[in-house]
Design a protein around this ligand. Structure first.
Ligand SMILES: [Mn+2]
Length: 329
């Protein structure tokens, strides 16, 4: 992959100048999409269309059920069209995270803008704006305000969705006064906090509850780490590949957990979701195993058989918990 050299941020004005010059823009969201990557893309798309810039949305994976209430969410294609003159990648720390949408040819052919809030971001863009804010949607909002694009409901709703989902309803340690200020601005522009919260948090399926039940019944806890496994057999029983979404967040509500981990067994690989209490950084563990994320929420996908992968990752997690405890004294 190219362009990982200049680890420096561009100013929003430079990004705006680049967008203004474009006529067809491809907006890309990361695999296993969440409210922030989809909401940031949809909010930016609505704004660009107001400036008569043609936009195409792409994501290698389907939009999850709880985010299909977002107007325009049916417009995500599984690939680009290749006649775009600009690519914007949203909420994505490195290009592995866009899956099949990455190709060296298409990314070499046009300028690439990288807007993201992950601390593990590798600055893959020609233009980069990476800041450790609570959500990428906050950065998109700042961009639109600086650009002077009037906010409207179709811009505000997806952006507020991004902030609400990434902050778990303004509850994560990443939530700041800026997040709340952004939320006020977006509500004043027509976004509904209660409607979005209801849609993204209170629509769990029976398959989800059953899968969580199976996994939670076998939860294990040692050395400050709470973990569960989702085996292929469990997934087959509920027949919904998305049913484990949200489980890692739920595990982190356990009082004694310094780290919570979900190990999901797929074909030949194990997908790992990590959450941690403030002061314990799981993004470095995820990075070491080829993934990335935030200090308190990260993930990775590791090749190999479940039992072996689990013991390797657990060893690393025990280690970060021990180190954090020593630092706390
Ligand atoms: Mn995000």
């Amino acid at each position: 992959m190219k362009k990982m050299n200049n680890k420096k941020n561009n100013r929003p004005a430079e990004i705006i100048a680049c967008l203004v010059r474009a006529s067809k823009v491809l907006l890309i969201s990361h695999v296993a999409p969440d409210g922030d990557t989809l909401g940031s893309a949809l909010g930016l798309a609505a704004a660009l269309r107001r400036r008569s810039i043609e936009v195409r949305l792409a994501c290698a994976d389907p939009v999850p059920a709880e985010l299909r209430f977002l107007p325009g969410s049916e417009g995500f294609a599984a690939r680009g069209r290749s006649d775009e003159d600009l690519i914007v990648v949203l909420d994505t720390g490195d290009l592995k995270r866009i899956g099949s949408l990455y190709s060296p040819e298409s990314f070499a052919a046009v300028p690439v803008i990288n807007i993201d809030h992950h601390v593990t971001n590798v600055f893959f863009g020609d233009l980069n704006w990476v800041e450790p804010r609570a959500a990428t949607a906050e950065l998109v909002l700042d961009l639109l305000l600086e650009w002077g694009i009037p906010l409207a409901k179709e811009i505000a709703t997806p952006l507020l969705t991004g902030i609400i989902t990434d902050t778990q309803g303004f509850r994560t340690s990443s939530t700041t006064a800026e997040s709340l200020r952004a939320a006020i601005t977006l509500m004043e522009a027509g976004a509904s906090l209660p409607e979005i919260s209801e849609a993204v948090f209170n629509r769990r399926s029976l398959a989800t509850l059953r899968l969580w039940g199976m996994a939670l019944a076998q939860a294990q806890f040692a050395e400050g780490v709470l973990w569960v496994e989702i085996s292929r057999e469990m997934l087959a029983q509920v027949d919904d590949p998305m049913a484990s979404r949200g489980l890692a967040n739920f595990l982190s509500t356990f009082a004694q957990a310094r780290v919570a981990a979900v190990f999901r067994e797929l074909d030949g690989v194990v997908e790992i979701s990590l959450r941690s209490a403030p002061g314990v950084d799981v993004s470095e563990v995820a990075l070491r195993f080829g993934g990335g994320g935030h200090p308190q929420a990260a993930g990775c996908t590791v090749e190999g058989e479940l039992a072996r992968v689990r013991s390797q990752v657990l060893e690393a997690l025990f280690e970060v918990v021990r180190t954090a405890e020593e630092e706390r004294g």
